[in-house]
Structure formats: C-alpha cells, structure tokens
Write a protein that binds this ligand. Structure first.
Ligand code: PLP
Length: 380
C-alpha cells in the first residue's frame, strides 16, 4: 500500500502549492519552438558576472573536497567591508530564498501572524504559511508600500514578522526615510521587520534608506541581500543577512552549516573586489530603464516609477495575450495577472538597444491585440 504522505508531513503544508517563479526557459523554448530567447521575466542581472569571477570560481574548484570553513569567514569579511559593518553581523546563505526560509523557521510558530504587502514577492507568504503562520495582507497604496497600514496591521494581529521588499517586487517602488522610521516605531513588542533588499543596489543612493545603522543600533530588523541581481550570480545562489550578532547565532542554529558552496563564496569575494562597477551598472540600468519607460509612454502604455532592474507597466490589454505574443518573438516578460495585476506586465531592464527592441515589439503586439479587443482607457 502506498504511503499517504499528507498524513505524515506537517499539517501546515497541506493545501500549499510550491512557489512558482513562472515558466522556465526550457518550458518556453519547447512551447514556442524558439532557439533564441531573451529573458526579461525573472529580473536576473543581464550583464552577467563581474570581471575575474569566472577565473576565481575555476581556481576554487581544486579545493572543492574541503568544507568551506575559511572561505565562509573570508566572504563574511569581504561582505562586511562592502556593507560597512562587522563580519559577526553577516550571515551568508545560498540566496535570499534560503534565508527567507531560515528566518521563517527561526521566528514562526504555528498560529503566529505575519504581515505582507499585496502585491509583493510571493515567497514570504509561502515560507510563512509553510511554517504554520497566518498571513495578513495589506494592500499597497498607489503601488507603494503602506508603511502605516503595515505597522497598524502588525499591531492589530500581534504579528511576529513584517516582510518588506524594498525596492518592492513587482512594483519597483521605494520606501522613503520617514515612512521607514514610522514603520519601525509602530511595530508591536514582539515583532521584527525583515527587509528584502534584493534590488537595493539599483536604487538611487540619494533616495534609498540606509538600514545598516538600524541593525547596528539593535532595532528589530533583519536585512536580506543577494548577489543574484546587480552582481549577476543568480545561478550560483549566494545571498546574506545583515543582523545583530545575537540573532546571527540563532540563524546559524536553524540554517545548515556551510550551506553555501565554495564556488559561490569565491565568486562573491571576486565580485566585491571591483565595487566601482556596482555604481557603473546602477547608472547604466537607470538610463536603460528611463529609456524604456519613455518609449513605452510614447506607445500609450503606463510605466510605473521604478528604482529596480525592472518596470511594471500598465498595458491596458490582456497581459497573458501580450506576454504570449512577445514570447513568440523570443522576448519573455512576466504577466501581471500572476501577481493579481491584470493588464500589467513586468519587464526586466537590460542594455539600452535591447530595451528599444522590447518597446517596439511590445507596441506592435499590443496594437494587434487592441484591434481585436479595444484597449482599456489608461488612467492619466
Ligand atoms: C524580492 C526578491 N527577493 C529575493 C529574490 C531571490 O533572491 P536569491 O536569488 O538571492 O534567492 C528575488 C528574485 O527574483 C526577488 O525578486
């Protein structure tokens, strides 16, 4: 007789679906019969790894038989230098995704409440629900986090965690300093805020909140960052948390020892040896993003302000038909209805010539769809 696993796993897993980041390259290649596909659907860093990274990874392969003890502390030191804090506050993990699960396990008991914005990155709710938590969603206001609403919801539900993605995925919006201060000040007693800064390096340094001092000052805050985006290492899986020293100890209890591999650690260290490239990439992304926004606006779409490496765009036509039409031309973008945003698409930003192609092809496909189904009037 076959085992009924649903009776053996934790009850909180029943009814949950695995997190789905969208169709994979292979699935889409097979579905559309395409050889060449441009990936603008997962917000990877399209410029790839920094110079010297491939060599560093190759070099490290001769040591793969040794557990990465020293490499781990070396990365903590490099990251601490980059972030401007001490190595004891850095907890590496194999991507923010792994750290989200670690945080959920470290903080949540069945029945606890957590607060998230709607829409935001889906894994916070998924990991929290898997830990048995109850999800309280707070609608965004004008596609921005409602900082006061999040704090009020946390107080009302006596929440253990508030998950805050800044810049937010999928909207690209950024939290302002005063909003951040009100959110921190408004949290209930036993609540921490987890800020996922996966896209922070793309944000204008004059506009983004510097939260490292808040960590150092002992505020109830977990900061999550990644090498997957501006550093172009999504396939190697490397991220880190910046936390108070005492919390670092608790996270290390939950997280598997040495969960980051030597190749990723070497790549991370090599990336941080050219920090000036981060600013170059930020500027070039900003120019490409603004160019794409201008062209889409001229084409009659409504791009939202973004401080990340993607744009959320109101297209006013069926977003699934539009993404399908673009995929047939080898351009993968994300349908907004996957986030509950019908008639929106999310487009990863990359080199300017590519953005010009995307804008032109999107305008053509959209015009074709609008002939069949009149375009919904856009808000002005
Ligand atoms: C907001 C956000 N956090 C985390 C991740 C994943 O980060 P990592 O590759 O470090 O697991 C993504 C990936 O798209 C993201 O959008």
């Amino acid at each position: 007789m076959s085992t009924d696993w649903s009776r053996l796993v934790r009850p909180s897993l029943i009814g949950l679906e695995p997190y789905r980041p969208g169709a994979s390259l292979e699935e889409l290649r097979a579905a559309y019969g395409l050889d060449e596909i441009v990936k603008l659907n997962w917000n990877e860093g399209l410029h790839g790894p920094f110079p010297g990274v491939e060599e560093a990874v190759r070099e490290e392969l001769s040591r793969v038989w040794i557990y990465p003890e020293q490499a781990y502390s070396d990365l903590r030191e490099s990251v601490a230098g980059w972030v401007g804090t001490s190595p004891e506050r850095i907890v590496p993990g194999h991507g923010i995704q792994a750290l989200i699960a670690t945080v959920a396990h470290a903080f949540l008991e069945p029945g606890d409440a957590v607060v998230v914005t709607e829409p935001t990155y889906g894994l916070y709710a998924q990991a929290s629900a898997a830990a048995g938590a109850r999800i309280v969603s707070v609608p965004s206001v004008d596609f921005r986090h409602d900082a006061d609403g999040l704090a009020a919801a946390a107080r009302e539900a006596d929440a253990r965690l508030v998950w805050l993605c800044d810049p937010n995925n999928p909207t690209g919006s950024l939290v302002q300093q005063d909003e951040w201060e009100r959110l921190l000040a408004g949290l209930p007693q036993r609540c921490a805020v987890v800020v996922d800064e996966a896209y922070v390096e793309y944000a204008d340094p004059a506009l983004r909140v510097d939260r490292v001092p808040d960590v150092e000052n002992g505020r109830p805050l977990v900061l999550l960052r990644t090498f997957s985006k501006i550093f172009g290492l999504a396939g190697l899986r490397l991220g880190y948390a910046v936390v108070g020293e005492a919390l670092a100890g608790f996270l290390d209890v939950v997280q598997e020892p040495f969960n980051v591999n030597r190749a990723a650690l070497a790549a991370g260290r090599a990336s941080l040896s050219s920090p000036q490239l981060v600013e170059e990439r930020r500027r070039s992304n900003e120019n490409a993003r603004e160019r794409l926004a201008t062209l889409l606006l001229e084409a009659g779409c409504e791009p939202l302000p973004s401080q990340a490496n993607f744009l959320l765009v109101r297209v006013g036509v069926n977003d699934l038909a539009l993404t399908d039409g673009l995929a047939r031309r080898g351009l993968l973008v994300r349908a907004g209805s996957e986030f509950g945003l019908d008639s929106f698409v999310r487009i990863t930003t990359g080199p300017e010539p590519l953005m010009e192609r995307v804008a032109a092809e999107l305008a053509e496909v959209r015009a074709g769809l609008a002939k069949r189904d009149p375009v919904e009037p856009l808000e002005t």
